[in-house]
Design a protein around this ligand. Structure first.
Ligand SMILES: [Zn+2]
Length: 92
């Protein structure tokens, strides 16, 4: 299955890490345009892996959070697609 075209690889800009999953809420992909899309990162202390949510889910979540204390666990970041269509020509 190496010819898969829909490998969901995104670069999380500020966290500087590669994200290989879709939105943890709706399961959809993150990037709406070539320039990328904002994403909500939930850093749950003690849970290890942070959760990532797409822009619409993130807006929804943030709209529901009432307490400032809870908000501290969420931060907006930016994700850009890592597409394989522009693979540099390899020497040799
Ligand atoms: Zn979502």
């Amino acid at each position: 299955m190496e010819g898969e075209n829909h490998a969901n690889n995104y670069l999380v800009v500020n966290r500087v890490e590669v994200l290989t999953e879709n939105c943890n809420c709706c399961g959809g992909g993150f990037v709406g345009g070539p320039g990328g899309e904002k994403a909500l990162v939930a850093a749950v202390s003690g849970a290890g892996q942070p959760y990532f949510f797409c822009a619409s889910c993130g807006d929804n979540i943030m709209g529901r959070i009432q307490s400032e204390e809870a908000r501290k666990h969420y931060v907006w970041d930016w994700v850009v697609p890592l597409k394989q269509t522009k693979t540099p020509v390899q020497p040799g």
